[in-house]
Design a protein around this ligand. Structure first.
Ligand code: CTP
Ligand code: CA
Length: 226
């Protein structure tokens, strides 16, 4: 019931959301990932849908149910996430990057399982940097022209406001959302700090779906739809 009662502040908008971790293979059965549960990104996708938007969710490996009436594209690696996002973003009006994208991947995934036996010393992994999905999208002409509103997330361990503002400028996005509180990964509650060029607004601790609805309201307000 609460879901249907949400004001339709994003009616007519096409919203693209990334969520969850990425998985970067080392060999066919091992890889590098992180503790992102995907809950915040999924909540944002659900809230955007409740607000009347057409929503596509590009998700890394997570154990969550797809929100009702949301189109979901599953990916594993950062490169796949970038490809999926670029395939979808041309028609989107809002891009929300909630995924915890792996910053680095093994330079070369082995084609066959690395074996312990007879291989000598432990393997030394070399890494290369993954593409920055948010920065890539924010640099697209449509984003630069203001036809695609980009929102980033940031989890910082300290100096959240300063880091969030610096990250917002570095990524070239109008709005950056900081996760307040030390360990938000996997939890159902969170608190957020919204940083834009004018102000920093704190959304106090609440369930992630409640925060996601407030965030959607804040985005709609900045789009001039409320
Ligand atoms: N992001 C992304 N692609 C990446 C890395 C990050 O799209 N390869 C996005 C995240 O989804 C998030 C924002 O960028 O919305 C900030 O991610 P974060 O990891 O906090 O920033 P980084 O630039 O990777 O800096 P660092 O991890 O060193 O703090
Ligand atoms: Ca990072």
């Amino acid at each position: 019931l609460v879901a249907c009662l949400q004001p339709k502040v994003l009616r007519g908008q096409r919203v693209l959301v990334t969520a969850g971790p990425t998985f970067e293979p080392i060999d066919p059965i091992r890889g590098i990932t992180n503790h992102s549960s995907g809950k915040m990104g999924f909540a944002v996708a659900r809230a955007a849908r409740e607000a009347g938007a057409e929503v596509t969710l590009v998700a890394g490996p997570v154990h969550l149910r797809t929100p009702r009436s949301v189109r979901r594209v599953d990916v594993q690696t950062a490169q796949q996430m970038l490809d999926a996002v670029l395939a979808e973003v041309e028609t989107a009006s809002v891009f929300i990057a909630a995924a915890a994208v792996a910053d680095w991947r093994p330079a070369q995934a082995a084609e066959r399982k690395l074996k312990k036996e007879g291989s000598g010393p432990p393997p030394a992994l070399a890494f290369v940097e993954n593409p920055d999905i948010l920065a890539t999208v924010a640099a697209l002409p449509r984003a630069r022209r203001g036809e695609l509103y980009c929102v980033g997330f940031a989890a910082e361990s300290h100096d959240l406001l300063a880091h969030a503002q610096a990250k917002r400028l570095r990524k070239g996005v109008p709005l950056l959302v900081g996760n307040i509180g030390p360990d938000t990964f996997g939890r159902d509650d969170n608190a957020l700090l919204l940083v834009d060029e004018r102000e920093a607004v704190e959304l106090p601790p609440a369930p992630k779906i409640a925060l996601a609805r407030q965030l959607v309201g804040e985005i709609a307000r900045r789009l001039g739809h409320v």
